[in-house]
Design a protein around this ligand. Structure first.
Ligand SMILES: *Cc1c(COP(=O)(O)O)cnc(C)c1O
Length: 456
């Protein structure tokens, strides 16, 4: 067995049987799968023993970092005691009960009820069901439209893909939900032209009002937005955006949904992005950082206005999943939140490592490819551009981003390319030294990219 090549063994099986998410499988099979075998702290390791600094916390989810035994032990203990029982038919399990109280404590005021699911997509499906049922019960069943944004990401189920504004997904979408419409995103760097960011924030927010007027307010049920668009490329809205969106939602009495699947659980330097941007949502789907990705779990926080109707006027709400409030996943989420509280991880992002991350990333601004460096807490977006002065994008969007992403991997750092925006979302436990290392490797990747495209 000495010459046995484990990596080739896994790659062969993977190629033979495994269809990967969001992947061009033929292309993957040409290049070969990177098999990730272990991880600790902010580092992951592949089957060849190569280590990478994970600048993405997996898929924006491993907020407390890899290798926390306490979470494994919480799952183990719970699985021995009660591996599964549902929350249907007058029953509940204790981790789900306790988690509900803890979530009510850490989420913004007014969000005191929770509905469980297993992924961000399922949480957003739940949101759609809730919006429709809410307006049914209010005697306004024609308020079916949900307004979202172009380049939003809300998941990959039929409802998630419909709510999202990813054109590539819509192109393959087939039967998407009819009553979801999309307005422009508040992406000043790429689309703001000669406006100031503040002007552009107002202009894009007012697209909501225009769309409501166009559809008729009596046909609009809700607006959904990520506080910061994550998969869209870490689009941080101008300061004027969210206040104006909320003014409009209030004026037309439509529900406000803040999709906190990425921004939640400390990412922006507060427990929730809604605090960072002073958003007062009626519904708040969350997932990813909720269990730091150790087990799948998600939830929708339900504000008083909707909770009152769904609880007191609905009778049976005919919605739920076999694994809603799964005891092992809930136990892991509880332990995850306990650690984040005890170790003051969120405060550390706000006061210490977040500002340091920004300061060090800012040193990349002198690079010829880096159009800007935009950060909040421990999330960052960096557009790679053809001309920094005019913010001119490259001709074939996504080409340079992909080159840079591959260069990152070669340099031992994981960053993701959303089109030509390089994005980062490292584990919240990242140290100062590791931030230095992250930036060093990123600069090397930028240099390699510039060389490759002949732009130095
Ligand atoms: C990842 C994500 C989702 C979907 O979550 P899944 O667990 O992949 O279904 C939804 N909304 C946002 C903002 C996300 O980033």
């Amino acid at each position: 067995m000495n010459n046995f090549d484990k990596t080739a063994y896994w790659q062969d099986i993977d190629q033979a049987h495994h269809i990967h998410p969001f992947t061009d499988t033929a292309d993957l099979n040409n290049r070969g799968t990177r098999v990730i075998t272990s991880a600790k702290g902010v580092f992951i390791e592949d089957s060849n023993g190569k280590r990478y600094l994970d600048g993405m916390a997996g898929l924006w989810c491993v907020n407390i970092g890899y290798g926390r035994k306490e979470l494994a032990e919480a799952a183990y203990k719970q699985m021995l005691e009660l591996p599964y029982y549902n929350n249907f038919f007058q029953c509940a399990n204790t981790p789900a009960i306790e988690l509900s109280k803890v979530l009510a404590e850490i989420t913004p005021e007014g969000l005191n009820h929770v509905f469980y699911a297993n992924s961000g997509s399922e949480a957003n499906d739940t949101v759609v069901r809730m919006v429709h049922q809410y307006w049914n019960l209010k005697g306004k069943p024609e308020r079916t439209h949900i307004i979202s944004r172009k380049n939003a990401y809300h998941g990959s189920t039929v409802a998630g893909a419909s709510l999202g504004g990813m054109s590539g997904m819509h192109a393959q979408g087939g039967s998407l939900l009819r009553d979801v419409v999309h307005i422009d995103q508040p992406y000043w760097y790429g689309e703001g032209g000669d406006h100031t960011p503040e002007e552009f924030g107002l202009l894009t927010a007012r697209k909501l009002e225009e769309k409501i007027e166009e559809l008729g307010a009596d046909r609009v049920g809700a607006f959904i937005g990520e506080p910061i668009q994550g998969a869209g490329g870490v689009i941080i809205p101008p300061s004027t955006y969210w206040p104006e969106i909320q003014r409009i939602c209030k004026k037309y009495d439509i529900l406000l949904i803040a999709d906190e699947v990425i921004c939640g659980f400390g990412r922006t330097g507060n427990w929730f992005g809604s605090e960072t941007f002073d958003i007062k949502p009626d519904l708040m789907p969350m997932a990813k950082g909720m269990s730091s990705g150790y087990l799948p779990i998600s939830a929708v926080m339900v504000g008083e206005r909707v909770a009152d109707v769904l609880i007191n006027q609905c009778g049976e709400f005919t919605h739920g999943f076999t694994y809603s409030g799964h005891p092992a996943a809930a136990a892991v989420a509880l332990e995850n939140i306990r650690i984040m509280r005890d170790e003051k991880m969120v405060e550390r992002v706000r006061d210490d490592i977040g500002p340091y991350f920004r300061k060090q990333l800012d040193t990349l601004k002198d690079h010829p490819l880096a159009g800007a460096v935009e950060t909040v807490g421990l999330i960052a977006g960096m557009p790679l551009v053809d001309d920094k002065k005019t913010r001119k994008a490259f001709d074939k969007p996504g080409t340079v981003g992909t080159i840079c992403r591959d260069a990152c991997v070669a340099n031992g750092v994981i960053s993701r390319a959303c089109g030509d925006r390089m994005v980062l979302s490292p584990p919240l436990c990242i140290t100062h030294d590791e931030v230095d290392e992250l930036v060093k490797r990123l600069r090397a990747a930028l240099d390699d990219t510039a060389k490759k495209i002949g732009k130095t």
